[in-house]
Every structure is written in C-alpha cells, then in structure tokens.
Design a protein around this ligand. Structure first.
Ligand code: HEC
Ligand code: HEC
Ligand code: HEC
Ligand code: HEC
Length: 427
C-alpha cells in the first residue's frame, strides 16, 4: 500500500472511530430520538388508578438537562412550554388590596406583592420583587438549577447566600422540575413534598403532585432555613390541621411566626398559595376525577389526529379546546359559573380583610393604652393570629374559590367567627 493511501486509511479509521464515539456519547447523554407518544404512561398506576410519582434520587451527581436540550426530541411540547411567556401580566396586590399593607406590616409582602404570571418569568420575578432576600431558599420554586443543588447538597443548599446562588442559576422552572432528567416520567424532584406526604404520596396522581411541589403552603424551618411543608400526611393538609401544626411549633420558647406584626405584636403566620391543599381538601368536587394538569394543560390534537400534552399552563377558561372537549359534557357555561364563585369569594375576602384591619388597629390601640395585662393581650393576639390565618388561606389561593368553593367559605366563616370572638375579649 502506498504511504499516502496508508495515511488516508488511518485518517478514515480515526474519523470512523470518532463518529462512532460521538454517536455513543450523544445517545448516552441525550435521550433516544423522538418518542412516539405512548398510550401507556411511564408512571406505574396504583390499584385505584392513580399514577404514582417517582421521587428523584438525592446526591446522584447529575447535571441538569435544560428545556432547550429537549427541544429536538419534543418540539411541540417545547414550543407549548415556551408559550408560558405570553402570560406576562402580574397583578399588584398591594395596590388592589389596600388592607394588606396594614395586615402584613413588618413583613416584606407589605411593600411588594406581585400576583402570579407565566412560569418562564420566575427568575426575573424573584430577583426583582423589591422584597429583600437573604437566602437561596427563595429560589426553591423558581429554577431547576436550584432544585438540582438542593438534591445534591440537601438542607445545606437552602441557607446559601442568595447572591452567590443567583450567579449560578439561569434556567427558569422547566422540564427537570416535573420530569427530572427523564424528559417524560412524572417526578417529584422537590424532596420536601415527598417528606411531608410520606406514604400518602401514592394516593395523589403524579400530574397533581408535580404542580403541588410549588403550589403549596410552606415555611422555612427555623434551624436549617430549608423549605418545609406544615403537615405530615394528606389528612393533615386541612386548614385546621395546618393551623394546629403552626400553633404547636415552638421556636426559642415562643410559638412559630413568619413575622411579628410590628405595632400590635401579633405573631403572624403567612400562608402561601395553598392550591394543592385547597384542591385536595374536603369539599373538592373534582379531586379524584381530574388532576391539575387536566384543567391547566389539556391535550392538543394535531391535524394528523395524534396528540401531545399542552405545556402552556393557563386558566381552563382561556383554553377553548379543553372547554369544548372535556368540560362542556357537564358545564354549559363554565366561565359564568367560575365568575360567580369568584365574585362571591372575593366580596367576602375584601369585607373580612377590612374587618381584620380594624381589629388589628384596635389591638395596637389596646397595647398603647396600657389598660391590658400581658396575659390579656397575648390571648387577644393569639385569637387574632388564628382569624387572619383562615382569611390568609383564602386570600393567597390563586383560584379565588374555584378549586373548592366549599373549603373557601368554610375558611372565611371561621375567620369571621374568630374576629367576633376576638372582639368580645376587649374591655
Ligand atoms: C418549580 C415550581 C413550580 C411548579 C412545579 C409549578 N409551578 Fe406553577 N407557578 C410557579 C410560580 C413561582 C408561579 C408564579 C410565577 C410568577 O409570577 O413569576 C407559578 C404560576 C402558575 C400559574 C399562573 C400563571 C399566571 O399567569 O397567572 C399557573 C396557572 C400555574 N403556575 C400552574 C401550574 C401547574 C398546572 C403546574 C403543574 C403542571 C405548575 N404550575 C407547577 C411555580 C411552579
Ligand atoms: C410544571 C410541570 C411540568 C413541566 C415544567 C414540564 N412538564 Fe411535561 N408533563 C407534565 C405533566 C403533568 C404531564 C402529564 C400530563 C397528563 O398526562 O395529564 C407531562 C407530560 C409530558 C410528556 C408526555 C409523557 C407521557 O408519557 O405521556 C412529555 C414527553 C413531557 N411532558 C415532556 C416535557 C418536556 C420536554 C418539558 C420541558 C420542555 C416538560 N415536559 C416540562 C408536567 C410538566
Ligand atoms: C377542575 C379543574 C381544575 C383543577 C383540577 C385545578 N384547577 Fe386550578 N383553576 C381552575 C379554575 C377554574 C381556575 C380559575 C381560572 C380563572 O380565574 O380564569 C383556576 C385557577 C388556578 C390558578 C390561578 C391562575 C391564574 O391565571 O390566575 C392556579 C395557579 C391554579 N389554578 C393552579 C392549580 C393547581 C396547582 C392545581 C392542582 C393542585 C389546580 N389548579 C387544579 C380549575 C382547576
Ligand atoms: C362529569 C361531569 C363533569 C365534568 C366533565 C366537569 N365537571 Fe366541573 N363540576 C361537575 C359537578 C357535578 C360540579 C359541582 C356542582 C356544580 O357546582 O355545578 C362541578 C363543579 C366545578 C367547579 C366549581 C367547583 C367548586 O368547588 O365550586 C369548577 C371550577 C369546575 N367544575 C371546573 C371544571 C372544568 C375546568 C372542567 C373541564 C376540564 C370540568 N369542571 C368538567 C361536574 C363536571
């Protein structure tokens, strides 16, 4: 063989080897080519037909796959996920609910409290809230970069400095949060939810749990600052049990508080978006028939008749295909029904919010008057704390009554009853 030919063969061999190696590497790192939408979902089903969520492993040393990494495998899903950016307006709660600057006095939310908007905005929104952030735990529900960090470092991740972690997060909430690196299996990647529900995790469909990882009430555990949920089972996710949980949580000899109301001294609980608790709670019409995804995602049917799950998360009322194909079987005019529920709930939320404002001002006046003993004041404060808790539970729930109108009004009833009880405690 001529020397040049030998060189050529050698070059060719090297090239082939490289190509094979690349292929092996690529198929190893990236998922297998476009997967036909299987009729059988990857998640196992329980005897009662609930899809069981897989829980992400911890300390496995994984590298995050971003949404962009999945684009070529699932182009339509990726495109529908990117549509979340269309959902770009957020409500200014402080302007729309004038009472909250009084109720949340001494707490960051009193100054800036923006409503929810699309998932793709979460990093922007958390870094620009106008509320001070001390620790990385604020990233818990914003970015899979942090979810991976928490799965690697455990509780230690939550107390890292906000600014340090901010340098390392880029990807807004995406595929990893709900699918891990599998790209399709429904997963719980936020350990605190699995910890809180224990064996009850298998009783809730995975397509509800993925959302419930963030659409839940939480607090930062006093010692580790790690994101923690105030319950230990499905049963103890009720508002009454959650209140009990907080009222029995002692920190340095005092009952737990997210903040202390500056002028009245009330040790307050701040409830955060309890969508999972409300939707799975007593009185829920559709828990058991529908998952969060059934109402907020739905399915897109392509021209060739095949389907894929819509990843543009929005109100069912803004999803004509869903209303037509699923809801209209039972609801003639769902929009009218939802608006009626919401109007009633909102009207009471305003009314009771103003009652709470009057009441907390009355407590402040009582403190300043010097006419009340410490025991009397503490009893009044505790009673007020409970009243605001039930109101807060409704105020921060994002469906304004639509997820469970029964539970919503139960909470508002309890808040009103507690306001009356508190009022009766003044001289
Ligand atoms: C990793 C955390 C996380 C997960 C998981 C998550 N969400 Fe959210 N979601 C958020 C945050 C944070 C916001 C508020 C975004 C903002 O305003 O910046 C939000 C906002 C929303 C909104 C409101 C958008 C708007 O325009 O008002 C809807 C609807 C929603 N989520 C539905 C869902 C559903 C359905 C699921 C499950 C399929 C889900 N979310 C899973 C964190 C999460
Ligand atoms: C907020 C949570 C969430 C995010 C983020 C998310 N998904 Fe999903 N995904 C779901 C849920 C829930 C379902 C199941 C819908 C159903 O069956 O009701 C699903 C279904 C799927 C399926 C179909 C699985 C099957 O077996 O039918 C694929 C594939 C998929 N997602 C890919 C992706 C990709 C790729 C991304 C990122 C671009 C992504 N998902 C982001 C929640 C999410
Ligand atoms: C039976 C259908 C249904 C189910 C199931 C459901 N929701 Fe909703 N959700 C609604 C309706 C209706 C609204 C009110 C929409 C509106 O005001 O336009 C809503 C509102 C919301 C909002 C506020 C959206 C916005 O645009 O302001 C969020 C966030 C949300 N739901 C999350 C969830 C989560 C998380 C779950 C599961 C724990 C869930 N939903 C289960 C029907 C449902
Ligand atoms: C098999 C029948 C059926 C289907 C299908 C159905 N619903 Fe319902 N829905 C009901 C019944 C029954 C009620 C309770 C009675 C009432 O309030 O009308 C209800 C109540 C509701 C409520 C009010 C819940 C409350 O707590 O007051 C909402 C919101 C709702 N449905 C949304 C939806 C959405 C969104 C869809 C489509 C994804 C849907 N429903 C599909 C039967 C159905």
């Amino acid at each position: 063989m001529k020397k040049e030919n030998k060189r050529l063969l050698l070059d060719l061999a090297v090239m082939v080897c490289c190509a094979v190696l690349c292929l092996v590497l690529l198929t190893g790192i990236f998922p297998k080519g476009p997967v036909a939408m299987a009729a059988e979902p990857a998640n196992e089903k329980s005897a009662s037909g609930v899809r069981i969520a897989k829980v992400e492993e911890t300390g496995s040393g994984i590298t995050l796959l971003t949404a962009k990494d999945w684009e070529s495998t699932y182009p339509e899903i990726y495109a529908s996920y990117m549509k979340n950016s269309e959902n770009d307006s957020a409500e200014d709660y402080v302007e729309n609910y004038p009472m909250i600057s009084t109720l949340f006095e001494g707490y960051g939310f009193a100054k800036f409290y923006g409503g929810a908007r699309g998932h793709t905005y979460v990093i922007d929104d958390v870094t620009s809230t106008g509320r001070p952030h001390a620790m990385a735990n604020c990233f818990t529900c914003k970015t899979p970069d942090f979810t991976v960090m928490a799965n690697e470092l455990g509780d230690a991740a939550y107390s890292l400095a906000f600014e340090d972690v901010q340098q390392q997060v880029n990807e807004p909430l995406s595929c990893y949060n709900c699918h891990g690196n599998t790209g399709s299996t429904l997963m719980v990647t936020h350990q605190y939810l699995a910890n809180a529900l224990g064996s009850d995790l298998d009783k809730v469909d995975a397509a509800t749990l993925t959302c419930g990882q963030c659409h839940v009430d939480y607090y930062f555990a006093p010692e580790t600052k790690s994101t923690t949920l105030p319950y230990t089972s499905l049963e103890s996710m009720s508002p009454d049990a959650i209140l009990d949980y907080y009222n029995n949580l002692m920190v340095d000899g005092q009952v737990f508080a997210d903040y202390v109301h500056a002028s009245s001294g009330v040790r307050q609980i701040m409830v955060n978006h309890p969508e999972l608790e409300t939707f799975t709670g007593k009185g829920s019409v559709h828990f058991g028939t529908f998952t969060c995804a059934d109402c907020h995602m739905g399915t897109v049917t392509k021209e060739d008749g095949t389907t894929y799950p819509n990843h543009f998360l929005r109100s069912p009322l803004d999803n004509p295909e869903l209303l037509e194909n699923t809801c209209s079987a039972c609801h003639e005019d769902l929009a009218a029904k939802v608006h009626e529920i919401q109007e009633k709930a909102e009207e009471r939320t305003y009314d009771i919010g103003y009652q709470l404002e009057d009441l907390i001002n009355k407590i402040t006046a009582a403190v300043e008057s010097g006419e009340y003993s410490d025991e009397e004041l503490d009893a009044i404060r505790m009673s007020y704390r409970n009243a605001q808790f039930y109101w807060n539970f409704v105020f921060v729930e994002n469906s304004e009554g639509a997820h469970n109108s029964k539970l919503t009004h139960d909470c508002l009833d309890k808040s009103e009853a507690l306001i009356a009880e508190t009022l009766a405690m003044f001289h």
